[in-house]
Design a protein around this ligand. Structure first.
Ligand SMILES: N[C@@H](CCC(=O)N[C@@H](CS)C(=O)NCC(=O)O)C(=O)O
Length: 240
């Protein structure tokens, strides 16, 4: 199920919006009801994504980094593609190290810049973000993907931040030294990953923009969602 992109102060709800769905299992209005089903009396933070177990009727996990690792292998015995492995044994250490650096400086780095409460905190996050993007840009001049010629978990974890960069983080979070499209390798690489089978249809730029620009009144009090930018994710990537 896909929540409504506008997150009210009391957190995520299901509702009508193109590409959003009802809660297919219980018809819940608020995602909190699902958390309460898993844990009666739950009063903590309600976040997406949520991996739900239909037979045990409970939340398996709500941490995206753990969910993607489960998807890589947990269903290999029951129909998933066991031959596809984004966390291969010989690369695990390198993947973990890169994930840590990218999470800190890029995935979370944009939030640290965007929600910084002081000039100094903002500048620190901004500098670390762009220093890391510069490093990744160089890395991608040597190989097609972050760790060589095969796609790994590290690539999939970087992708969502890159996809949102020009439409959201560049303006809304003030990450504006340059746009993604101004990094030739990172930009081609983003399209390369996005154009893998099954990926393009998961990108909903309308949900992304609507969510960010309406859900942080401190950063965008008017709630107006920008119409642009025009970013051609379907252009040939020219890599590999
Ligand atoms: N550790 C979690 C964090 C999830 C998270 O913070 N999700 C955001 C949306 S991207 C959310 O649901 N925020 C709810 C809120 O801020 O109230 C993960 O990466 O899965």
């Amino acid at each position: 199920s896909v929540v409504h992109p506008i997150m009210p102060p009391e957190s995520w709800v299901f509702g009508e919006f193109p590409g959003a769905t009802p809660d297919h299992l219980y018809g819940a209005h608020a995602l909190r009801e699902i958390y309460e089903r898993a844990e009666p009396g739950y009063d903590g933070v309600v976040t997406v994504p949520v991996l739900w177990d239909r037979s045990r009727e409970t939340i398996v996990n709500n941490e995206s980094s753990e969910i993607i690792r489960m998807f890589n292998s947990a269903f290999d015995g029951c129909g998933a593609r066991a031959d596809v492995d984004f966390y291969p044994e010989p690369l695990r250490e390198a993947i973990d190290a890169l994930n840590a650096q990218i999470y800190e400086n890029v995935n979370d780095g944009v939030y640290r810049a965007g929600f910084a409460g002081t000039q100094q905190a903002y500048e620190r996050a901004y500098d670390r973000l762009f220093a890391t993007l510069d490093e990744l840009e160089t890395r991608l001049s040597h190989h097609r993907y972050l760790l060589g010629e095969r796609i790994t978990e590290a690539d999939w974890r970087l992708l969502p931040t890159l996809l949102r960069f020009d439409a959201v983080y560049y303006t809304h979070f003030k990450c504006n030294r340059q746009r993604l499209v101004d990094f030739p390798n990172l930009w081609g690489y983003t399209r390369d990953l996005l154009q893998r089978p099954g990926v393009r249809e998961t990108l909903r730029m309308d949900h992304i923009k609507t969510h960010y620009f309406t859900s942080h009144p401190r950063l965008n009090p008017s709630g107006i969602v920008p119409k642009g930018p025009i970013v051609d994710f379907d252009a040939p990537h020219g890599r590999g």
